[in-house]
Design a binder for this molecule. Structure first.
Ligand code: MEV
Length: 440
């Protein structure tokens, strides 16, 4: 067997795993071991916690945790934690937050909190008969899962609805049980998936025992039971507004020109998928970084947002702008399934810190904060794009990355930051000056 292939890797302990990797992939260079260990937490209990989040942990992968202060959301001030590697994201959010702080702040509302899951199944027979049997057995889906829903019901949540969906026009013999849930402050993935698996058992049992069905109709093939990360009924909206003339106060750009270009930028992202993708990517720079810092599932949140952006058949901007009677209004409406209990939320020490910093919000408040950061991020990006261009701010933030790559000292970094305050940062300009200074 090729030495790069292994059976039972997960059974090895952490040190054995590292040794095996070094031996088989890293030319027996044991300096890698010290390197990986240098990223272990000094407190072994904390490290063990991280080790157990996933399988085959060998070390930790750091990304910075920053904060964007001055976010005024529904008249409350937040200092928002953001975990992200991209240089200019936190700076852009913080700048937008300060901008809107003096213009009334952000107003956010949760429109709905419903989550959805499906039992996907194949069934052969007369659909009207299936429909009749489904209506008859519907209460059993609830009663068979009483033990699983009891706690959630105490918190005011549970199963909201179960429907039979006929998808046989898309795929012969394909049907679904589509269930809707209220999972309160939990993201609810385990709750939903466990219930769906129970529903599938009830469906199988009840069809098998129904005397109105033929032998073929008594058979059901459960294909899979899984929640949907598309949550078009778990929606949050955040908006800002101000008088048009307030938009460019303190700058030499006319407010009318700014608004015109800003509206065009949003319109382009609404009609042109190439731009819409980048536009929405910028929104998720903000959203993801809060979602990561608060221990939620950024892949789920993003996937849902992108599907929502394409809900009418074309991928479009998630933000919208309107100017009426001299008032500029800019808003975002996004799906966002977040939890503030369960999952990593109470386990990961940094996530716990993030919640403390935010004043321990419930899921609705976290949805509002997160969507607001997405809106702020997009406002910041568009403002730069239609005025100075994005590179000015980007490259200023990227300057430190270039200097770190070059191995610059703290003193040198200070000199460069000062030097480039009034100059355009380009990779070449920084490298040239660096080489010149080192030579001297
Ligand atoms: C970069 O990460 C994000 C932007 O490209 C977003 C945008 O263009 O709107 C600046």
């Amino acid at each position: 067997m090729d030495s790069k292939i292994i059976k039972g890797f997960s059974k090895k302990n952490k040190t054995e795993k590292i040794d095996w990797i070094i031996k088989n992939y890293l030319n027996n260079d044991y300096s890698y071991k010290d390197f990986l260990k240098s990223y272990w937490h000094t407190d072994s209990k904390t490290q063990k916690l991280h080790d157990e989040f996933i399988e085959n942990t060998i070390s930790n992968f750091y990304i910075p945790l920053g904060v964007a202060p001055n976010f005024k959301i529904n008249d409350k001030i937040y200092c928002v934690p953001m975990a992200i590697e991209e240089s200019s994201v936190v700076a852009a959010s913080a700048k937008s937050a300060s901008f809107w702080l003096n213009r009334g702040g952000f107003k956010a509302t949760v429109i709905s909190m419903i989550k959805i899951g499906h039992v996907h199944f194949a069934w052969h027979g007369n659909y009207d008969k299936l429909r009749t049997v489904f209506e008859k057995i519907k209460p059993k889906f609830y009663s068979d899962t009483d033990n699983l829903t009891a706690n959630m019901q105490k918190r005011g949540g549970g199963i909201l609805d179960i429907q039979l969906i006929n998808k046989s026009d898309l795929e012969p013999n394909y049907y679904q049980l589509m269930a809707k849930f209220d999972t309160k402050d939990s993201m609810g993935a385990n709750f939903i998936n466990s219930l769906l698996e129970e529903f599938s058992k009830t469906l199988k049992r009840e069809l098998a025992n129904d005397h109105t069905l033929t032998d073929t109709e008594k058979e059901v093939q459960i294909i899979m039971c899984i929640l949907s990360n598309y949550t078009p009924e778990c929606i949050v909206k955040s908006e800002v507004s101000c008088k048009v003339e307030e938009l460019t106060e303190g700058t030499d750009m006319s407010a009318d020109l700014f608004v015109e270009k800003f509206k065009q930028a949003v319109h382009i992202a609404t009609i042109e998928p190439y731009r819409a993708t980048t536009h929405n990517k910028g929104i998720y720079n903000g959203i993801d970084s809060v979602v990561i810092a608060t221990g939620n599932d950024f892949r789920a949140v993003e996937a849902s947002g992108h599907t929502y952006a394409a809900k009418d058949g074309q991928y479009r901007s998630l933000t919208h702008v309107e100017v009426k009677n001299g008032i500029f209004k800019f808003w975002i409406e996004v799906p966002m399934a977040l939890g503030t209990v369960g999952g990593l939320t109470k386990l990961h020490p940094m996530v716990k810190f993030a919640y403390d910093l935010l004043g321990n919000p419930n899921a609705e408040d976290l949805m509002k904060i997160t969507a607001t950061v997405g809106l702020a991020q997009n406002f910041g990006a568009l403002r730069s794009l239609v005025t100075t261009g994005i590179q000015k701010g980007h490259m200023k933030m990227h300057l430190l990355n270039i200097l770190n790559q070059l191995g610059a000292s703290d003193e040198e970094k200070k000199t460069f930051v000062e030097e480039f305050k009034t100059k355009t940062v380009t990779h070449k300009a920084v490298v040239d000056l660096f080489n010149q200074i080192r030579k001297n």
